[in-house]
Design a protein around this ligand. Structure first.
Ligand SMILES: Cc1cc2nc3c(=O)[nH]c(=O)nc-3n(C[C@H](O)[C@H](O)[C@H](O)COP(=O)(O)OP(=O)(O)OC[C@H]3O[C@@H](n4cnc5c(N)ncnc54)[C@H](O)[C@@H]3O)c2cc1C
Length: 378
């Protein structure tokens, strides 16, 4: 029976980062993933990661934007911690080796994101998640006390007689055998549940496994009604066109050629928060000002071509391969699509759930930093 101090279920950004911290504290760690860790869905994160690092910015401003973006439903104590700690965490990732974009002066460069009153999104082109995931994986490989169980599928959690979470039941996908893992504490980092919806930007593996496993052993869930729709997804398959496109200056038009965000958010325009832009698009479509395929248009041609190839190169490929559109030459048709689960397993600010010994982190968890709407890159 494999036995660890800490058993992390999920090896996306949240799980790998948690495993690294536990290993640094000297714990023996097992980390389980149903897919190879660098194929975790965090790999798909495009636009970047928010931190008020610039001296002209402040964590208070980041926190206020987050509270406002959450429709004033987020937990303000938790939001304060996230916004205060984000700059140090970003620098830590940079020191580990994440090649964040640098501006012409050689300093870390930012892009604007929706709902933010300052450009505070740090990024690696439009492959930020992939870049961080690979660096974290390298870091984990350095730690011999971390045992990786790659392509193992957890099917349930185990409670001991006192109601303490004591491990998990997991199937080795290579030979089908079942194994009982024993642990002093278990961290769920199993990601979101986007596959409950259609269309969604989430991969086929985002099936909410951890959320249901926790619920089955009595852990309360929170904010499950809060589901984020991203404003720019491809009609038909839900593939994401990053908010970074609007951050770089792209415009939204209806079929009448009107830049309709003037009506809905005259100050922030296309960079209003995601819920506002998604509702505006859907209103245009519902009221007959969309295109016949039930979409509106995202015009990236207003962004200089060189900049598109430098900062948005992945969506150049997505546009070409999945919509047959050269986004540097013509607008691309998009519509709102399911994107993010604000809700999840209820935790406190230390990730502790209401089941002793069970913790949760990342998209499967909910301490309600996002309230009714998550700001992109938060
Ligand atoms: C297309 C896209 C773009 C995004 N862009 C951004 C962005 O730019 N900035 C930003 O901040 N956020 C972005 N997000 C959101 C963000 O990427 C995710 O919320 C985040 O990466 C989730 O990380 P995670 O570690 O919680 O889960 P995931 O990365 O989804 O990892 C889940 C892990 O759990 C494992 N797992 C799940 N179930 C089981 C099981 N039963 N047994 C064993 N293992 C299991 C999986 O194998 C995987 O390793 C984006 C999301 C999408 C869909």
């Amino acid at each position: 029976m494999p036995e660890h101090d800490v058993l992390v279920i999920g090896a996306g950004l949240a799980g790998q980062r948690a495993a690294l911290s536990a290993a640094r504290e000297g714990a023996s760690v097992g980390i389980i993933s149903k897919v190879h860790p660098v194929r975790s869905h965090s790999n798909a994160a495009q636009g970047g990661i928010n931190a008020a690092l610039n001296p002209e910015d402040s964590w208070e401003s980041h926190a206020y934007d987050t509270v406002k973006g959450s429709d004033f439903l987020g937990d303000q104590d938790a939001i304060e911690i996230m916004c205060r700690e984000a700059p140090d965490e970003l620098l830590e990732l940079e020191h580990m080796g994440v090649t964040f974009h640098r501006n012409p002066e050689g300093l870390l460069g930012t892009r604007a994101f929706g709902g933010a009153s300052a450009a505070r999104t740090y990024y690696v082109a439009d492959i930020t998640g992939q870049a961080i995931l690979h660096v974290l994986y390298e870091q984990l490989m350095k730690h011999s006390e971390v045992r990786r169980y790659e392509e193992w599928f957890t099917t349930g959690l185990v409670l001991d007689e006192s109601g303490h979470c004591a491990g998990a039941i997991t199937r080795d996908l290579r030979d089908g055998s079942m194994e009982l893992f024993k642990a002093k504490s278990v961290i769920l980092a199993t990601g979101g549940n986007g596959q409950c919806f259609k269309p969604t930007t989430n991969a086929l593996i985002c099936t909410g496994d951890g959320i249901s496993m926790a619920y089955r052993i009595g852990a309360p869930l929170m904010d499950m009604e809060m589901v984020q729709y991203h404003p720019t997804t491809l009609a038909g398959n839900g593939l994401l066109i990053t908010e970074g496109a609007r951050g770089e200056g792209a415009h939204l038009y209806n079929a009448l050629g009107e830049r309709f965000m003037e009506k809905y958010a005259p100050n922030k325009m296309e960079l209003a928060s995601r819920d506002v832009v998604s509702r505006a698009e859907q209103t245009e479509i519902n009221e007959g000002r969309g295109f016949p395929d039930g979409t509106v248009a995202l015009d990236i041609t207003v962004v200089p071509r060189k900049r598109v190839h430098e900062a948005l190169r992945e969506i150049v490929n997505v546009g070409r391969d999945f919509a047959g559109v050269d986004i540097t030459k013509e607008p691309i048709h998009i519509k709102p699509g399911n994107h993010y689960a604000m809700g999840g397993i209820k935790t406190d600010v230390d990730g502790q759930t209401e089941v002793p010994g069970l913790y949760a982190a990342g998209e499967c968890a909910c301490v309600s930093v996002h309230g009714g709407n998550r700001l992109g890159a938060n």
